[in-house]
Design a protein around this ligand. Structure first.
Ligand SMILES: Nc1ncnc2c1ncn2[C@@H]1O[C@H](COP(=O)(O)OP(=O)(O)O)[C@@H](O)[C@H]1O
Ligand SMILES: [Mg+2]
Length: 188
């Protein structure tokens, strides 16, 4: 049996930037190409692995490093791991990368660069309205920092391009890096 090498696709971006949406498109596309895939989505992780953690810098960092730890365990055993958490701090993302790469596992930082204005206009979950009303203190982008990556592996303009366009660019990168077998194009 041939076992493929695992890797970590690490999405970062504001709430509403498209992390969960692209995860939901990428995971089946990778499975279609024969890869074992696991997803660590911020919301779900906070309900289980990180239950009880809040949104202080310390708790956010703990959450991110837990995700990185599990991602590493999975990816070093051949799983394609997709993480979908805001991960607002540059230094903490770098620590996540270092943890994953310490096992020789490729780590791709993908910046979903939809602007605050775009995310707030969408307000998919109504969270920005709550944050503006003072009901969610410490909300990323409103009164808590988001530090965009300086040199991401890929930056996607999820504020203006369609999700399918973002997905295609991402799959192309994974193909170029030799991480996924070439497909007959992205399924639509
Ligand atoms: N290029 C794109 N990539 C991802 N999502 C997009 C894109 N363009 C528009 N959207 C929309 O933006 C919203 C993103 O929401 P979501 O995926 O829940 O964000 P997040 O998980 O980052 O908080 C969805 O309604 C999605 O349909
Ligand atoms: Mg999400």
């Amino acid at each position: 049996m041939t076992q493929r090498h695992g890797f970590v696709v690490w999405f970062t971006g504001l709430s509403g930037a498209g992390k969960s949406t692209l995860t939901g498109l990428l995971a089946p596309e990778l499975r279609r190409r024969g890869l074992a895939v696991e997803v660590l989505d911020g919301d779900e992780v906070r309900a289980h692995l990180s239950k009880g953690l809040g949104f202080s810098r310390e708790d956010r960092d703990t959450n991110i490093l837990r995700i990185a730890y599990v991602a590493r365990l999975l990816a070093r055993n051949g799983v394609a791991v997709i993480t979908a958490a805001i991960s607002p701090y540059r230094e903490t993302r770098n620590a996540a990368r270092a943890m994953v790469e310490s096992d020789g596992v490729p780590f791709l930082e993908i910046h979903l660069a939809a602007s605050l204005e775009a995310c707030e206009a969408r307000d998919v979950k109504g969270l920005y309205a709550e944050a503006r009303a003072g009901k969610r203190p410490g909300f990323t982008g409103i009164d808590d920092p988001y530090e965009p990556p300086l040199i991401p592996d890929l930056r996607l303009d999820t504020g203006s391009e369609r999700p399918e366009v973002s997905l295609a660019a991402l799959v192309r990168l994974l193909e170029e890096r030799g991480l996924v077998p070439a497909g007959e194009g992205v399924a639509r």
